[in-house]
Write a protein that binds this ligand. Structure first.
Ligand code: MG
Length: 169
């Protein structure tokens, strides 16, 4: 039995998702990656995928990794962004609930334990991924100007990460 807070802790941490070691995760058996959008890939203000995001997904595809976007944001935002990237998506996904994470894995024909969950929030992204049995990667939020409730959640996230010296949050 682990500590209560262990269920929110990621397997890996990166300050910038674009620094992901693609061949490194492949060699660890990862076949697919599920991404959060907001503050993980881009800021809330980026309606469409910028050039560097498009290139990053090209590199993932070239490496043979399947990709999916699962976001808690609304259909309009997630559709526009995901389509600009050419990646399938689920919006209003209610992470940490497993439903749409499970569907994404199924759509990709990827086993959850070989599907990396990437996100910036412990209580939605990381907890959801862990409930699925997915390996998880926490990224430092792209933007610090979180709106409303997310800002409050950040304070709790800091408490959870405090004392975990392998995370630089
Ligand atoms: Mg996010």
């Amino acid at each position: 039995m682990g500590r209560f807070k262990d269920r929110f802790l990621p397997d890996m941490y990166l300050s910038d998702i674009y620094e992901l070691d693609i061949s490194g995760i492949k060699s660890r058996g990862i076949e697919a990656v599920v991404f959060d959008i907001d503050n993980t890939l881009v800021t809330y203000d980026d309606a469409v995928a910028p050039d560097y995001t498009i290139k990053f997904f090209d590199r993932l595809r070239e490496a043979g990794l399947k990709t999916y976007i699962v976001s808690n944001n609304n259909e309009k935002r997630v559709k526009k962004f995901s389509e600009s990237l050419g990646v399938p998506y689920y919006a209003a996904a209610l992470k940490p609930f497993k439903k749409y994470l499970k569907k994404a894995c199924r759509d990709m024909s990827a086993a959850p334990n070989r599907t990396l969950l990437v996100g910036d929030q412990l209580f939605t992204d990381i907890y959801g991924g862990r409930r699925m049995g997915m390996p998880t990667l926490l990224v430092k939020p792209v933007s610090t100007k979180d709106a409303g409730l997310v800002g409050i959640k950040r304070k709790f996230e800091k408490l959870v990460l405090k004392g975990e010296d392998h995370y630089e949050a």
